[in-house]
Write a protein that binds this ligand. Structure first.
Ligand SMILES: [Fe+2]
Length: 340
């Protein structure tokens, strides 16, 4: 009887992977610097990290196919819109960690803590001071970019990009669909060229005078100024300035990098530990100095290349969960507005 009991216990342990000291991370992030984070986590905890990388949609298909038997523990990505998509598919479970909840503000988490932020990213206005005066840019808001005085002067990437979809979702959340649609149509009529390229191409267009204003994420400028993208990018980065929109009212649109614990995680405790690790001072310092994003912890400063533009700007406190909820509306609206 004792043996049978022991065997049942062993079977139970094995089936719950209690002995496996590893964590399986599904990620669509593409930063080399993340590998150093994973190594550091293993060094500190002894937990082996297995990385399964792919685009958000590929990982989604994979999770669907794997179902209950999925080895996935964590999904780690950028943009609240992506995290919301996974949440809506039912891929996440609530993260139970006081450590995490204590440091990540409510507006930077999923509605039931299905996912959390590990870094912030601000989507701001880049301008060329040779072509745009301080007066013209002062107190500017996203809403102001629909003004006809910007005709032929604005560049921004395509509407298929999640960063733009989330920005538009934040405008819908604050101003409603009708006003945002009118705004988007007028914004499109102010474009200097058909949307093309990534955020960095928009900043380059402003640096070389092809456009006067770009909307892009601040961390791209940090990367360009760091010299890691080459001399041409560093020079271009030095030609542009950034302005934080909507300081007079709700604040600048901020999105996140973040992650969640997958629903069928075989190594749930390790998954939570990994997310907790990303919110330690050590990991946060590594993140801000490599991706040039903003930290979640107040005790960590952004990298100086980004901090030089100001760290006390007002942040739009619209819940990032809204970006996911309003994503389908945002996509349809941009299409109606002719934003390609
Ligand atoms: Fe990016």
């Amino acid at each position: 009887m004792k043996n049978v009991f022991q065997n049942i216990l062993i079977a139970l342990f094995l089936s719950h992977n209690l002995f496996a000291n590893e964590v399986n991370i599904y990620t669509s992030r593409h930063y080399d610097a993340d590998d150093i984070l994973y190594d550091e986590f293993t060094k500190e905890t002894g937990i082996k990290v297995n990385i399964i990388s792919g685009s958000g949609s590929a990982l989604m298909e994979r999770l669907k196919a794997e179902g209950q038997n999925s080895p996935g523990d964590v999904f780690f990505t950028v943009d609240a819109g992506n995290l919301s998509k996974f949440q809506n598919e039912g891929f996440f479970q609530t993260i139970e960690s006081e450590k995490i909840i204590n440091v990540v503000p409510k507006e930077l988490r999923g509605p039931n803590d299905e996912w959390i932020s590990i870094a912030k990213r601000a989507r701001v206005i880049f301008y060329n001071p040779e072509n745009v005066s301080e007066d013209e840019i002062k107190n500017i808001s996203y809403e102001d970019l629909s003004d006809s005085k910007w005709k032929g002067r604005i560049v921004i990437r395509s509407s298929s990009n999640m960063y733009n979809q989330s920005l538009v979702a934040s405008l819908i959340s604050n101003n409603g669909i009708e006003a945002t649609e009118k705004w988007a149509k007028e914004l499109v009529s102010n474009f200097a060229r058909k949307p093309q390229g990534n955020d960095r191409s928009q900043i380059l267009a402003v640096a070389n005078g092809e456009a006067d204003i770009a909307i892009a994420n601040t961390y791209y400028l940090g990367y360009m100024l760091s010299g890691r993208g080459g001399e041409e990018q560093e020079m271009a980065g030095n030609k542009v300035k950034i302005y934080f929109p909507n300081q007079d009212n709700r604040g600048t649109h901020v999105n996140i990098s973040g992650g969640g614990v997958l629903k069928n995680a075989p190594n749930k405790a390790n998954a939570v530990k990994f997310l907790e690790f990303l919110l330690t001072e050590k990991a946060q310092t590594h993140i801000v100095n490599n991706t040039f994003e903003y930290p979640i912890l107040d005790t960590v400063m952004p990298n100086p290349l980004i901090a030089q533009f100001g760290t006390d700007f007002k942040i739009d406190s619209t819940s990032v969960a809204d970006f996911g909820d309003l994503n389908p509306e945002a996509v349809k609206l941009m299409d109606r507005a002719g934003w390609r």
